[in-house]
Design a protein around this ligand. Structure first.
Ligand SMILES: O=c1ccn([C@H]2C[C@H](O)[C@@H](CO)O2)c(=O)[nH]1
Ligand SMILES: [Zn+2]
Length: 135
């Protein structure tokens, strides 16, 4: 895994992802930009549903989109929200990142004024369960 040192242009790209959110119920728009190992951009947004639990978060939208297109090596994921402080991925998204990304992949959390917090997948889900736990 190459470390994706945060690039300013990722801010513009993650806002594009966020603009695609479908949030008639919460109006809380989340964008996720998945940067692939070869610097492609995969966009994810939260897609809500009248049956609330059927909602898909932005982070999982991006990861499922990448895998569906046979793209599996990532440099980083950037997540943006309009919250006061950079918002933190939900437990389900952390578990899916644990499954599909390297433990040391950077996760950049960004708020509406561009404050960026860097964590890794392992920071967000320490001692997380994975296939290794079934060996
Ligand atoms: O990790 C998360 C947490 C929440 N949301 C979305 C789901 C829902 O549409 C809205 C409010 O929970 O935010 C995400 O996209 N990612
Ligand atoms: Zn989530």
């Amino acid at each position: 895994m190459q470390d994706g040192i945060f690039k300013e242009e990722w801010l513009d790209e993650v806002k594009v992802a966020q603009s695609r959110a479908y949030t008639p119920y919460s109006n809380f728009n989340v964008g996720a930009l998945l940067v692939t190992a070869d610097d492609q951009y995969i966009y994810g947004a939260n897609i809500e549903n009248a049956a609330y639990p059927a909602t898909i978060c932005a982070e999982r939208s991006a990861l499922v989109s990448a895998y569906s297109n046979n793209i599996k090596q990532f440099k980083a994921i950037v997540v943006i929200t309009d919250s006061k402080e950079p918002s933190s991925p939900c437990g389900t998204c952390r578990q899916v990142m644990k499954e599909l990304c390297e433990d040391d992949m950077p996760v950049y959390l960004v708020n509406h004024v561009g404050k960026v917090i860097r964590r890794t997948v392992d920071d967000l889900l320490p001692l997380g369960f994975s296939g290794k736990d079934m060996e």
